[in-house]
Design a protein. Structure first.
Length: 237
């Protein structure tokens, strides 16, 4: 099958990130489309259908070259949900061919795609948004067996990985964090990050929720440390 002249990349951040790839400066590219419907999503403009034709491959390569000239040799592939896009494999293969280390962000909903991607990428971050019994209500996605399978694959086969939870004080109690801990038990690394309300969030109720406090993040991190080798806190206020 003829490869497309256009990449699946919807956009690339102009400046490199210091926080999206642990231990590395990284460029960040976005793919469109998501099969979750989280009311607190900060990338809601990328929800919905997958845009099949994004930036040209020439533009993506030129951007990567520019970043590399400035000592940025890593790329975060995020979304949306990148595993929904049929061009994800070509994107990762091209990035690796250009000498770029690749981190994949995923919601874990498509373990069959993730299984094929894991040998190709250098680092994976999977969102573990809620305790299993809350997933369907909070995200619109209730296939817990798929999420569990993705966790297993990541733990067993990923060169580097983290699970991560965006803590919303109204929803993430110590009891809920213990349920998450049981689900990810034995993981190498789990990151808790703070929720920040924004006027453009999909759910109006989330727009007026409070920012997650540093005290809450550290209290729940202490709970999670009973289940995970390393717990980090990101995005304190």
């Amino acid at each position: 099958m003829r490869k497309s002249d256009n990449s699946p990349v919807f956009g690339i951040l102009q400046n490199a990130s210091m926080v999206d790839y642990p231990g590395r400066m990284a460029a960040v590219c976005f793919l469109s489309g998501c099969n979750f419907r989280c009311g607190f999503c900060h990338n809601a403009n990328l929800m919905g259908r997958v845009v099949m034709e994004g930036l040209s491959w020439a533009d993506v390569e030129a951007t990567c070259r520019k970043f590399r000239e400035n000592w940025v040799q890593s790329m975060v592939v995020t979304g949306g949900e990148p595993t929904l896009h049929p061009g994800i494999f070509e994107l990762v293969d091209r990035l690796k061919g250009w000498g770029v280390a690749v981190k994949l962000d995923t919601n874990g909903s498509r373990p069959e795609v993730l299984e094929e991607l894991l040998p190709r990428v250098d680092y994976v971050a999977m969102d573990v948004k809620f305790a299993p019994e809350e997933y369907g209500e909070r995200t619109g996605f209730g296939r817990i067996e798929a999420l569990t399978r993705s966790m297993e694959l990541i733990r067993e086969r990923s060169a580097g990985y983290e699970f991560r939870t965006t803590v919303i004080e109204a929803w993430h109690s110590e009891e809920r964090m213990r349920a998450i801990g049981e689900w990810v038990r034995g993981a190498r690394r789990h990151v808790l990050q703070g929720f920040v309300p924004h006027e453009n969030l999909p759910d109006p109720a989330c727009r007026v929720m409070k920012e997650t406090s540093s005290a809450t993040l550290h209290r729940l991190a202490d709970v999670l440390r009973g289940y995970v080798e390393q717990v980090d806190v990101r995005g304190e206020f």
